[in-house]
Design a protein around this ligand. Structure first.
Ligand SMILES: Nc1ncnc2c1ncn2[C@@H]1O[C@H](COP(=O)(O)OP(=O)(O)OP(=O)(O)O)[C@@H](O)[C@H]1O
Length: 660
């Protein structure tokens, strides 16, 4: 068994050596980005060849890599970047540091004052000692009032600066998240993103405010304390400081460890919250399947994994504080013994020894504070790295790029030989050689079996994703050349599962207004009426001001769909996408809303996706989608008139199902 362990260890080291050689070899030639994929594959092959577990592989993320040669550079860069977040608050922080210096100096005058007082009290030859004592205490009172005010200023200024730093960071992060393309969100859970906005941003802010304040205060106190110790007795200082390098070394190793573990822990918690958020927001499904206990157990297992990681952190913490505490005790005993000898031999007064011991105590508490500062700073860097990952990410579909024509588009859309797979499932070809023309002012219906890619066509038209091959053009301009904001402002969409936000019915309808669009109450009322929202809102006590709840949970599916239709109407778009827009309505409401939608579609380019073929009878063109491309195309009558055909089959099947 032992031999096997040693052999495994040897093979592991060998693998690491080869990989470390390859890493250095590749990274020095400026090949980093180009060769990382190759390097990862090669690493995997080396490890497989010598039967080793997978090692963390090198991942190119702009400027950060796992290769050991890059580590130091990255840390310094991250540290500088973290501190540079405080730039916007430099004046406030300068004032806070001023207060901090004053309060630290005053705090550090206490041991000196105490020593002086003791020497005055014990000086039997001086008959003025009572007068001196009174003067001395009166001066001290004044000094301490200033110290208290400075302390107040320090804490208030640092904390208020931190609030603004965290606010700005959260804002940048939120904006950056919202600007990412849809594919990015497909692979991230909202719970994870919320955790970055909440916990990570807080941790970064804390390491720059309370922590920075305490750290700087500790630095001031260590410097002042050491200076006063040297002034009081250089020999005793020498004894007191001989353990400092040792404690410093432990602190550096510990800090690095904490940084790594913090990042791992935060990633772990992000996964946990992602899962919890998904369950909590779909709690009805959990209840219907009676999975309360099952989900609680899953959550417990995930939490236990995190706790196991936390134990490692707790162990490192305990070792660090145990070792530093022991070093402090060694200093105290040495100073007491040697200092006592100096007092007995009349080289030092009792007052001086007392001041010295107090200075040594303050300094060692401050050194402890410094190590805390270093730990928190490293935690902040761990959190900051997770934030940089998002802030540094290059958007695949940048919103501020592209042409913004001043005219409204005519609305001719051409899908030309489009090929597409979702980035999350690159092996699953959804569209292949997909060609379709949506004519201005006409309605084109897209039909096909479930999962054939109908909704995908709509998302490509909205440019939520870009095709892998081929071209989608609006009025003969490639969508990739147009500003996504301009494009989307001319498209209205009503989906199968309309998404509403917390707020009133009115707020949700007005959400459809384009930025800078003119709003008139009559326009709003027209949209409400045409979408038949007034039919149900008039029966609610607060009418259009009724709250819809989170994601619209307080409304029925059909009511939500009507609000979504009104939201699309108020946008007055050139292109309209109706993806099963009336699927949640009863047959009476469907007929009413369908009439409204037919009315709305007039004069616009309309792409209708429908399963119920009766709803697309009036479409100018019907395209049947199968295997990623259009297999049949024509008007309802033309497709029905064919002897055989997929559309005819579909109509027959639906008629049969309706009758049976
Ligand atoms: N975000 C995504 N990431 C990966 N695959 C996806 C994603 N969205 C959809 N798909 C897959 O793409 C394929 C086409 O989906 P799409 O929603 O376009 O079908 P559909 O024809 O609209 O289906 P339905 O009629 O049931 O609404 C399906 O196989 C689906 O599983």
């Amino acid at each position: 068994m032992l031999m096997q362990c040693l052999q495994n260890h040897g093979r592991y080291k060998l693998g690491q050596l080869i990989i470390s050689y390859r890493t250095r070899h590749f990274s020095t030639g400026g090949y980093m980005k180009k060769n990382v994929k190759l390097l990862n594959q090669t690493n995997r092959h080396i490890l497989q060849a010598i039967h080793l577990p997978k090692l963390p592989l090198i991942r190119y993320t702009g400027y950060r890599a796992n290769a050991s040669t890059q580590k130091v550079k990255v840390r310094r860069k991250d540290m500088i970047r973290l501190i540079s977040l405080a730039k916007s608050e430099k004046l406030v922080l300068a004032a806070a540091i001023g207060c901090l210096i004053i309060s630290s100096v005053i705090t550090m005058s206490v041991p000196y004052a105490l020593g002086k007082t003791l020497d005055i009290m014990f000086d039997k030859d001086d008959n003025q000692s009572m007068v001196k004592l009174k003067h001395f205490c009166a001066i001290l009172c004044g000094v301490f009032v200033i110290g208290g005010l400075a302390n107040f200023g320090r804490v208030y200024l640092f904390n208020s600066a931190s609030l603004r730093i965290v606010r700005d960071l959260r804002l940048r992060l939120y904006r950056s998240m919202l600007n990412q393309e849809s594919a990015w969100f497909d692979q991230k859970g909202s719970g994870e993103l919320v955790s970055r906005l909440n916990t990570d941003a807080y941790s970064v802010g804390n390491s720059l405010s309370q922590n920075l304040s305490d750290g700087l205060r500790s630095i001031c106190m260590v410097l002042a304390g050491t200076a006063m110790m040297i002034y009081t007795s250089p020999q005793l200082t020498l004894i007191g400081t001989c353990v400092v390098p040792c404690v410093g070394g432990i602190a550096v190793i510990y800090g690095r460890y904490v940084r790594t573990i913090t990042r791992t822990l935060l990633d772990k918690f992000a996964d946990i919250f992602k899962s919890a958020e998904e369950r909590l927001s779909n709690v009805k499904a959990v209840k219907i399947f009676c999975k309360e206990d099952y989900e609680t157990n899953n959550f417990k297992n995930l939490l236990s994994d995190a706790v196991k990681l936390g134990y490692k952190d707790a162990m490192a913490r305990a070792m660090f504080f145990g070792l530093t505490g022991m070093s402090g005790n060694v200093i105290i005993i040495s100073v007491l013994y040697y200092g006592g000898t100096l007092v007995v031999n009349d080289i030092l007064s009792i007052g001086e020894l007392t001041s010295f011991i107090l200075y040594a105590g303050y300094s060692s508490i401050s050194i402890n504070g410094l190590s805390n500062f270093y730990t928190e700073l490293n935690k902040g860097i761990g959190s900051a790295q997770r934030i940089w990952d998002i802030l540094d990410r290059k958007y695949e579909i940048p919103l501020n790029f592209g042409i913004m024509p001043s005219e409204k588009p005519k609305g001719q859309v051409v899908f030309d030989n489009v090929k597409f797979c979702f980035p999350a499932r690159p092996q699953n070809k959804v569209l292949d050689n997909f060609t379709l023309v949506l004519r201005p002012g006409e309605t084109t219906a897209l039909v096909g079996r479930s999962g054939s890619g109908k909704t995908t066509v709509a998302t490509l038209l909205l440019r939520l994703y870009d095709p892998l091959n081929g071209r989608i053009a609006l009025d003969d301009v490639d969508l990739r050349e147009l500003s996504p904001i301009w494009l989307r402002s001319h498209i209205g969409a009503v989906n199968q599962e309309p998404v509403l936000f917390s707020g009133t019915i009115r707020d949700n309808i007005l959400y459809g207004l384009n930025p800078n669009a003119n709003f008139t109450e009559s326009h709003f009322e027209e949209a409400v009426h045409k979408a038949h929202v007034d039919e149900f809102s008039s029966q609610l006590p607060d009418g259009l001001n009724t709250l819809v709840g989170q994601r619209g949970v307080l409304l029925s599916g059909g009511q939500k769909q009507r609000v979504a239709i009104a939201r699309a109407l108020i946008k007055n778009p050139t292109i309209l996408i109706l993806d099963e827009a009336t699927s949640a309505l009863d047959s009476v409401s469907e007929e009413l809303v369908q009439n409204a939608l037919d009315e709305l579609a007039k004069g616009r380019t309309c792409l209708t996706i429908a399963h119920r073929l009766s709803t697309i009878r009036n479409a100018n063109t019907i395209a049947v989608l199968d295997n990623g491309h259009v297999i049949e195309q024509g008007s309802y009558e033309q497709l029905i008139a064919q002897n055989v055909g997929t559309f005819k089959e579909l109509v027959k099947k639906q008629a049969f199902l309706m009758n049976s």
